[in-house]
Design a binder for this molecule. Structure first.
Ligand code: PEP
Ligand code: MG
Length: 856
């Protein structure tokens, strides 16, 4: 009877040589065939192709008698979905097709009337709601287990549907297939799977399988088993079994379900049916080895005999995904390169959380629900726009909202952590926070939220305002005052192994943007190959330095400025010594001072009064000077190299600090070769002027110290003109690094600080496919990158080319940079592992001929 269907590619009996393909019959059908090929005890199954299901949805039923004829007359059937990628989901399985009055009578004798009634009424209920589309309320109040209840249910069905409950198995099957095919075409199902990456025209296959009842004489029941823990990925037999049950009932059965392996907490299948347990373990291990994946086995035991109904990929946390992939490779089941490909690079950041150090002093202000792990410190902001502005300034912030909504997501991306008054573990903030790997506390109702007045009141009556620094511990739910000491993420051995394999495959460098020793330590822990951007201005905001900086700004003459800067020199030298030491000889790229000077001056009246006092000047003088320095458009004003040209003493001091630190740090070990980067260049002459000055500082330091050193000078390409004129800039320097934050701002004419206000609108209306400050705009900004790299390299072969804007850690942007032949990307320290993995996946994908779109 198999031959008839085997000639029809749309209805195939699953045998070891049937012409089945995942892209025609779906992943489940293909997997079942692989189980059949392993000689596992799989019940007889027929696969319906995507085409067949599509036609069913359109009202064209295939020859169901032919399908029905594949199974014995007495058999009950079930239908399960089989989408191309199991992650795309599909309609729920329907069990026990074929239950009718005759079967009921027969089963009553074998199983007893209660069990038979339960089976029949569950099927009637499923059929009534999913196929006949009756209101589920019509069966309210009927206890499903009793024969009387069943009779009432059948009568209710007949009343509502105007026809008796269908008795023919093939009629029932037609109804079930039609309803499942149509469910796949529904709008919500379509949106759901598209959100999981399914194409708009994704097909659904269906498999019709003979039921092994899991009910009856001897040991009967059903369960699921897997050989690895879904949270840790460690080897651990996991799952549940429930006697006299079907489908996945064991998983929802609570205490009634038993453990699989012997367990001190309660009875187990190993004790109840040791032979069946051993057979299952053997089958699961065989599946793991031959299907080259950690599988969850859905099984039925019928009178002591094991039947394998299905195998699905074990669902797994990001941590488990890493360990499972590494163990498969270590066991020789998959090659290491494949293990690298199997871990989603975007999800790796979830593994990398900082924690509050266990012995740090904790001043707990309030407690909420720890909804996304890891700790974060930042200044309080009360709106998504403020979070984006804060991120654009390079300042960590904690986004505080009563609750979050989709329009807050961009702000959440920009924040270091999120704190909400409302919600629980599955609220919007919690779900999105976990998705982003962003520490998050929800339901912190102990705090009084007054977001309009930008205030929080703690239970002890303390008021927290915008800009106050707090720390949230998303693991414990504690909201802490200030900035307690943090512990860097602990990376387990599996993670290190995977990263080691990734690094051997990778063909583009990964550095970190690190401004402070703490950042540098994180970068080093994550094996960044160096620092690609150290923004030195952050160092001047530190206590004790700000006033000196202000004094320098207020100095009247070049010599006055140089004199004040001489006091900053040892501090700055110390900063660099620390960075060189932490990075242990890896390259450190130091960007010279970049922001407009007025950013260092007080904006408030009281701040100006304090400054007047500190500088011993009349307040009016201070106010006048500050007003005189104000710019209409400071981001396009006197900043970056323009300051270097017009107020040269700052760059001279920084260059001296770098060179002195180079000599001191290099004295102990291998010589250090610092990299110095000039920001905001737009003209060749700017580079020539700065290069001349830095060379002369180098010569002075060499002469004074009587020791030699070298350094590499580079330009940060962050104005469109610098990209366009790269050919004349490049011969003067050793490297070009694209600062895509400013370059995006200037290419679009779109303020980094203000775009947050309307970015959601722009993305929602499809004006921009994505926020270009988040994902590199390949068409526009990308063209400038390509052009700049090509022109620069043509004029200066051997020129190092890199990217150091926020885009450097984004897998899609890394793909672009790699394609354009960049030497390295530089990103925030926590994104370094993501970048290392993504870069390795790109190299492997190219080697094995898979397009980047296919990267998991
Ligand atoms: C940039 O502009 O891309 C950059 C990295 O510098 P910053 O963000 O400090 O302006
Ligand atoms: Mg910049």
């Amino acid at each position: 009877m198999g031959a008839a269907v085997q000639n029809n590619p749309d209805i195939l009996l699953i045998t070891s040589d049937a012409a089945l393909a995942a892209n025609r019959h779906g992943g489940r059908a293909k997997c079942l065939q692989r189980l059949v090929r392993l000689d596992l005890p799989v019940p007889r199954t027929v696969a319906l192709s995507f085409q067949a299901v599509k036609r069913i949805a359109a009202g064209q039923m295939p020859d169901i008698a032919q399908v029905d004829a594949q199974f014995g007359e007495e058999a009950l059937l079930c239908v399960r979905p089989s989408s191309e990628d199991p992650d795309w989901g599909g309609p729920g399985a329907v069990l026990n097709i074929g239950m009718n009055d005759a079967q009921y009578r027969c089963l009553s004798e074998r199983l007893g009337p209660g069990a038979a009634a339960a089976l029949y009424s569950r099927f009637v209920q499923a059929y009534a709601t999913h196929v006949a589309r009756l209101d589920p309320d019509v069966f309210d109040g009927d206890p499903v287990e009793s024969p009387k209840g069943l009779q009432r249910m059948l009568r209710a069905y007949e009343d509502e549907a105007d026809e008796p409950f269908p008795q023919s198995r093939s009629d029932q099957l037609r109804g079930v297939l039609r309803s499942m095919a149509r469910a796949w075409e529904g709008t919500s199902a379509r949106l759901l799977r598209q959100a999981k990456g399914a194409p708009a025209d994704a097909g659904l296959g269906l498999v019709v399988q003979e039921m092994i009842p899991g009910l009856g004489q001897g040991e009967c029941g059903s369960g699921v088993l897997q050989l690895a823990d879904p949270v840790t990925g460690l080897p651990q037999i996991t799952g549940r079994y429930l006697s006299q049950s079907q489908g996945r009932e064991a998983l929802g059965a609570g205490a009634a379900a038993i453990y699989l392996e012997k367990d001190p907490r309660g009875p187990s299948l190993e004790e109840l049916a040791p032979e069946a347990f051993e057979a299952l373990k053997r089958d699961a291990a065989l599946m793991r080895r031959r299907l080259r994946e950690e599988m969850q086995v859905e099984f039925v035991i019928q009178n002591g005999e094991v039947h394998i109904l299905d195998g699905v990929r074990v669902p797994r946390s990001p941590r488990a995904a890493v360990r499972i992939a590494v163990r498969l490779a270590e066991d020789g089941i998959i090659p290491p390169e494949e293990a690298v490909m199997r871990v989603d690079a975007h999800s790796v950041s979830e593994l990398l959380h900082r924690q509050v150090a266990p012995d740090a002093a904790r001043e707990v202000l309030a407690t909420g629900i720890g909804a996304s792990p890891g700790a974060a410190t930042g200044r309080i902001v009360f709106s998504a726009a403020a979070a984006q502005a804060s991120a654009a300034r390079g300042e960590a912030c904690i986004l505080v909202r009563r609750e979050t909504a989709p329009e807050d997501v961009r702000g959440m991306h920009a924040a270091a952590g999120v704190l909400t008054e409302k919600g629980g573990m599955t609220s919007h903030a919690a779900v999105i926070g976990r998705g982003l790997g962003l520490p998050c506390i929800v339901g912190a109702s102990e705090l009084t939220f007054n977001t309009r007045d930008k205030m929080l009141r703690t239970p002890a009556g303390r008021i927290l305002r915008e800009s106050d620094v707090i720390t949230i511990d998303g693991s414990t739910g504690e909201i802490l005052a200030g900035e307690p000491e943090m512990l860097e993420a602990a990376l387990d051995d599996a993670f290190q192994t995977l990263m080691g394999w990734a690094d051997t495959c990778r063909d583009i460098g990964v550095r970190a943007n690190a401004d402070t020793p703490a950042d540098a330590r994180t970068a080093h822990n994550f094996d960044a190959e160096g620092i690609g951007l150290c923004r030195t201005e952050h160092m001047f905001f530190e206590p004790g330095r700000l006033t000196v900086m202000r004094e320098m700004i207020f100095a009247d003459s070049s010599s006055g400025r140089a004199e004040v800067l001489a006091r900053l020199l040892p501090m700055q030298r110390d900063d660099f010594i620390q960075l060189f030491k932490i990075m242990e000889g890896r390259p450190v790229c130091i960007r010279l001072f970049d922001p407009p000077l007025h950013e260092f001056l007080p904006a408030t009246r009281s701040g100006q009064r304090e400054l007047a006092e500190a500088l011993d000047l009349p307040v009016s003088d201070v106010t006048r000077r500050i007003e005189a320095m104000a710019e209409y458009n400071p981001m396009l004003g006197l900043r970056g190299v323009r300051l270097g040209v017009t107020v040269p003493e700052i760059y001279e001091m920084q260059a001296r600090a770098i060179f002195e630190a180079t000599l001191e740090s290099g004295a102990a070990g291998a010589p250090i070769v610092p990299e110095i980067m000039i920001p905001l260049v737009s003209a060749k002459r700017e580079v020539e002027l700065i290069k001349g000055r830095i060379d002369s500082v180098a010569a002075t330091v060499r002469a004074q110290r009587g020791r030699d050193f070298t350094y590499r000078l580079g330009v940060m390409v962050e104005t469109p003109r610098a990209a366009l004129r790269a050919a004349e800039i490049a011969p003067n320097v050793a490297f070009l690094s694209f600062g895509t934050n400013d370059l995006t701002q200037m290419t679009y004419g779109l303020s980094r600080d203000d775009a947050g206000r309307f970015m959601s609108d722009y993305v929602n209306k499809g004006v921009f496919a994505e926020d270009p400050f988040h994902v590199l705009d390949i068409d526009g900004v990308g063209e400038l990158l390509k052009l700049g790299a090509e022109r620069g390299r043509a004029a200066h072969p051997g020129l190092t080319v890199s990217i150091c804007g926020e885009h450097g850690g984004n897998p899609e942007s890394i793909a672009f940079c790699r394609e354009a032949g960049f030497d390295y990307v530089s990103c925030s320290p926590f994104r370094v592992p993501v970048a290392r993995l993504a870069a390795a996946q790109l190299a492997i994908a190219e080697k094995i001929g898979v397009g980047p779109a296919k990267i998991p």
